[in-house]
Design a protein around this ligand. Structure first.
Ligand code: URA
Length: 201
């Protein structure tokens, strides 16, 4: 059965196939929209497609993606527990960081995606995602591992899996972050999550 969420996302993805709202639309091989369960409480958000993602049309399918899949699996998440997408849906040439105008042009589509899925937890993979969603001045080394409450979402920035490939020392903090994410995910699923931000509201 195709759910309403899935229908919304299919429509949006179809619309974006011809998007040229920023220069990345002219150089992409494939739009990289998202993968995973639209019914999930958890969305992972990366920076933007790399070479493999651009060729295959799916997010996190290259080396960094394989590492991400391993971490997600080792933390105990099942395939239908999560959805994965990126800040920008088209590959920045040479894997450069997406320009602020490119991020701005693509953000409405990410918002639409998130509004359709209605997750409870957003995990921001790396500085680009964390800056685009939390604060352009954010330093990922300081911000990682700390929950931020944004509207109805609990948001956790952590290091990008590609950073772990460059610097294996980052594996320990990322593992801690994923265990914390799983803890809160499970508590929410079991209805026993106590909002740590309640006193501040
Ligand atoms: N890096 C990202 O940020 N996203 C991908 O989809 C692949 C690599």
């Amino acid at each position: 059965m195709i759910t309403h969420r899935r229908q919304h996302l299919i429509k949006l993805e179809e619309k974006l196939q011809t998007c040229e709202n920023c220069p990345l639309g002219k150089t992409r091989n494939n739009l990289v929209f998202g993968r995973g369960s639209e019914e999930s409480d958890l969305v992972f958000i990366g920076e933007g497609p790399g070479e493999q993602e651009d060729l295959q049309g799916a997010p996190f399918v290259g080396k960094a993606g394989q590492l991400l899949d391993k971490i997600i699996d080792a933390a105990g998440f099942k395939d239908d527990d999560y959805y994965i997408c990126n800040i920008v849906k088209c590959r920045p040439p040479g894997n450069r960081v997406p320009a602020p105008e490119e991020v701005q042009a693509c953000m409405p589509f990410l918002r639409h995606q998130i509004a359709s899925i209605q997750p409870k937890i957003l995990v921001l993979l790396g500085a680009s995602a964390a800056k685009a969603i939390i604060d352009p001045k954010l330093a990922i080394t300081k911000a990682r591992g700390k929950w931020v409450k944004m509207g109805n979402f609990l948001v956790m920035p952590t290091f990008h899996p590609a950073a772990l490939l460059r610097d294996p020392q980052k594996k320990i903090p990322v593992w801690q972050d994923f265990q914390e994410i799983k803890r809160v995910f499970d508590e929410m699923k079991d209805g026993i999550y106590e909002d740590i931000f309640n006193d501040e509201q």
